[in-house]
Design a protein around this ligand. Structure first.
Ligand code: MN
Length: 247
């Protein structure tokens, strides 16, 4: 069976990230571990060192902008050496609407930096701010945007696809009607898999990267293909993400 890929997992929020990273390596699940702030990224980098299956992304979570905006310069600096950026984006839901202006200032600088550097892969949060996220990315974004847990209107999907965005689908989305409608609306070539653990649960436990198997199985049902067929498609898609900008 082709290996599973989790493009959005919060390893730093696990109680024992080093042990979990070892298990991820042992289970051979390609895992993109996002960070909520550059200081968290630095701690994880020091603790984990080089891993075969775990890659660290540096980010600044939009819901935490108030607390970590002072780390923006560190993030922009780290982006020089790190290709994966996340979790970044905007959150316009009621608890975070008050910081939207500040969130936008941060996200605009991240996107502009990614444009300057090229080849950057962004895992993007867009809850209740999907249009704003696409506005900030603009039509000429030079990196690759992965819209993580997209829950916005289907009417914006075309616009997102036009800027080359991918959509990472998690187990919670597979269980909801809106998530399944999104899956049905997406071209297979733009779909990726994620868990967003520990925020998503599987069997009443915080999701671990290997739980993306729930997503590959759900995609198989919608697409009418085998689990292996889905895994191969996801591999191909992630391969395209990694190749983007490298030509
Ligand atoms: Mn997340």
């Amino acid at each position: 069976m082709s290996r599973l890929i989790d493009t959005h997992f919060h390893l730093e929020l696990d109680e024992q990230p080093t042990a979990l990273a070892a298990e991820i390596d042992q289970r051979q699940v390609y895992t993109l571990a996002v960070s909520n702030a550059p200081s968290f990224y630095r701690i994880m980098r020091d603790r984990l060192g080089e891993r075969r299956f775990v890659r660290l992304a540096v980010g600044l979570h939009p819901e935490l902008v108030e607390r970590y905006a002072h780390e923006l310069d560190d993030l922009l600096g780290l982006m020089t050496e790190i290709r994966y950026v996340g979790e970044v984006g905007l959150d316009g839901s009621p608890p975070h609407r008050a910081t939207l202006r500040e969130q936008r200032r941060v996200f605009e600088q991240v996107v502009s930096r990614a444009n300057d550097l090229g080849e950057r892969v962004l895992s993007i949060h867009s809850r209740k701010a999907e249009r704003d996220v696409l506005d900030v990315l603009g039509p000429a974004f030079s990196g690759t945007a992965i819209l993580h847990w997209y829950s916005g209107p289907l009417s914006l999907v075309e616009r997102a696809l036009a800027v080359g965005a991918y959509f990472s689908i998690n187990p919670a989305m597979c269980r909801s009607a809106t998530g399944r409608a999104l899956i049905a609306a997406l071209p297979r070539t733009r779909v990726l898999t994620e868990t967003d653990g520990p925020f998503v649960q599987v069997d009443s436990q915080p999701a671990k990267p290997w739980d993306v198997v729930e997503v590959t199985r759900a995609l198989g049902k919608v697409w009418g293909t085998s689990d292996e067929g889905v895994r191969r498609q996801i591999h191909q898609n992630f391969g395209s993400v990694l190749k983007a900008g490298k030509t």
